[in-house]
Design a protein around this ligand. Structure first.
Ligand code: NDP
Length: 519
């Protein structure tokens, strides 16, 4: 529920006045009001290409054993046509639609109907009703923080099913992976479109809406800042955290289960990626209150970028490693069932045995799904684990330092010492002057976004766990490097607009963005 930070907030303006009255707003530090050609081009590119990028990766795994060049080579050499590839793509199914509906409904229920209980018995965990940051219009929203509880209950149910109830197979996510992709897309587009319409016609907080006059930009980057339904259903918190991030660990578990089903064991690489990513996910929910103060929640508006991104991009591309890791069987162990394409032909029928490989060399490569073993040597596995844990340590400590510093208003110790501070101020759209502080100690004195470096080290560890056989799992580190570099520049631009000369003092004190001496 939105509560005001100051009692004398002016009455809400009409949508038109918000659309046009840029000078009236002093809170110019949020999302852009104007779109340059480069931003517009990038947005149109992403709107058009991102769904195909996801499809391409998932299809390359399904039909070409995760060989990214496979489809292009086949089409270029005439061995396959686009229509062949499309014909082999599993369609949406009733089962997938039911599963997905059940999944999202379950998460909505956990989010809206089950007030947090965990903070009552878990020492150090901050849950229950918490406040977000001051929005550009000067609003402070309240949130029901119960993500850890939702994650725990969901996983408890998952393990209860796997070991006791047997309602469904633990490989269910893997087995319906592409049909579920269509469902996720439907939800992603529906929620983004709904958020856009809502922003225009019935926004939760009209003063925090932003319109650029460009339809594509508004659709992609969002109009409403914090769209809500009712008192507690906050779109950003829900879609960012659940269903995508709760699903992340379940998807990993389902892939591990599939690997065991196919090969009789789970490789150490699969275990490593499961463990490292589970740490990241549990950390996210343990620190959900901190998450309210991150860019996603306190600066980004809710549009396609978050709506579709959380429903499709995150669960499908953040878990690519496991798609490769399931290939943990040697070629000689595979026996193919060369049944002609037909219903269900997309699902490779494999059985373990000693059949000769490649019985139909002229059949397109995608039908084969040749599996490669990824069992890491002990030094390789230990190296990956170390990199992942050091990355996580930097990520967590850096984020904790800023959070602690902001929560205590600087009255804390950072690396055992009183922190160095830059006092700063900014003005929100309601004309109120606010004061804040920038931390210049700890990791925030090493570089201005050293928390991203920790994240990047962790991301690299997931990729290195997949060995060097495929380019595809390395997509994640490439994507994260682009995402976080762009995010860093975007955030710095916003902070410079928000804090003006105070931000310049910070950049003078801490000259590097990510890596000291380099960038
Ligand atoms: P940050 O947590 O770094 O938040 C940036 C904000 O912090 C700034 O806008 C500013 O906000 C405030 N700030 C900046 N410098 C200082 C300082 N020196 N002292 C105090 N406050 C400061 O960014 P994100 O929200 O992007 O990232 C949070 C974490 O989430 C990161 O570790 C990142 O790696 C991770 N992440 C992961 C993603 C993934 O897909 N896996 C995607 C995005 C992020 P204010 O206006 O309040 O001053």
């Amino acid at each position: 529920m939105a509560a005001k930070s100051q009692p004398n907030v002016p009455k809400a303006k009409s949508i038109d006045s918000i659309t046009n009255d840029r000078t009236a707003s002093q809170g110019q530090w949020g999302r852009a009001w104007e779109v340059d050609w480069f931003s517009l081009g990038s947005i149109i590119f992403l709107l058009l290409c991102a769904p195909f990028i996801v499809y391409y990766f998932i299809m390359a795994c399904d039909q070409y054993s995760c060989a990214l060049t496979g489809p292009v080579v086949d089409i270029a050499t005439g061995r396959a046509q686009l229509s062949d590839i499309w014909a082999k793509t599993p369609p949406i199914t009733r089962k997938a639609a039911q599963l997905y509906t059940l999944w999202v409904t379950f998460q909505v229920l956990l989010y809206t109907s089950l007030p947090d209980f965990c903070h009552k018995f878990l020492p150090g965990y901050v849950g229950g009703i918490q406040e977000g940051a001051v929005t550009p219009a000067g609003v402070v929203n309240k949130y029901q923080i119960n993500g850890l509880q939702a994650w725990l209950l969901t996983h408890l149910l998952w393990f209860a099913n796997a070991h006791l109830l047997s309602w469904f197979s633990p490989t269910i996510i893997f087995d319906n992976w592409i049909p579920l992709l269509w469902c996720a897309n439907i939800l992603g587009y529906a929620v983004s479109t709904f958020a856009m319409v809502k922003g225009y016609f019935f926004p939760t907080s009209a003063r925090d809406c932003k319109f650029t006059g460009n339809f594509f930009y508004n659709y992609m980057m969002g109009v409403e800042f914090n769209p809500r339904i009712g008192k507690w259903f906050d779109f950003k918190l829900f879609f960012n955290g659940r269903p995508g991030i709760v699903a992340w660990t379940l998807i990993n578990l389902s892939f591990a289960a599939k690997q065991r089903e196919l090969h009789g064991h789970v490789t150490n690489a699969m275990v490593l990626v499961n463990v490292l990513q589970a740490i990241y996910v549990i950390d996210f929910f343990w620190n959900e209150t901190w998450y309210l103060k991150t860019i996603d929640i306190c600066h980004d508006h809710f549009g396609w970028y978050l709506g579709w991104g959380d429903c499709v991009w995150l669960p499908y591309l953040y878990t690519l490693q496991k798609r490769t890791l399931r290939q943990g069987v040697s070629e000689a162990e595979l026996q193919f069932d060369p049944r002609p394409p037909g219903p269900g032909a997309h699902t490779p029928v494999l059985s373990l045995g000693k059949a000769p490989l490649d019985p139909f060399p002229l059949v397109p490569q995608g039908l084969y799904l040749v599996y490669h073993p990824v069992q890491l040597s002990t030094p390789h596995a230990m190296g990956v684990l170390l990199l992942g844990l050091v990355g996580y340590y930097i990520f967590r400590v850096a984020n904790h330092q800023k959070d602690l510093f902001r929560r205590t208003d600087g009255r804390c110790l950072i690396w055992g010492k009183k922190p160095k501070v830059i006092e700063c101020s900014y003005t929100s759209a309601d004309g109120q002057r606010h004061h804040s502080k920038l931390l210049v100690s700890g990791f925030w004195g090493v570089a201005r976004h050293f928390n991203y470096v920790g994240d990047l080290m962790g991301s690299l560890a997931y990729c290195l766990a997949c060995g060097g056989g495929h380019l595809l799992p390395y997509f994640y580190i490439i994507y994260m490097a682009i995402l976080l570099t762009h995010r860093c520049l975007r955030d710095e631009h916003r902070c410079a607009s928000k804090y003006g000369r105070d931000w310049e003092r910070y950049t003078a004190a801490v000259p590097y963005r990510l890596l000291p001496g380099i960038f």
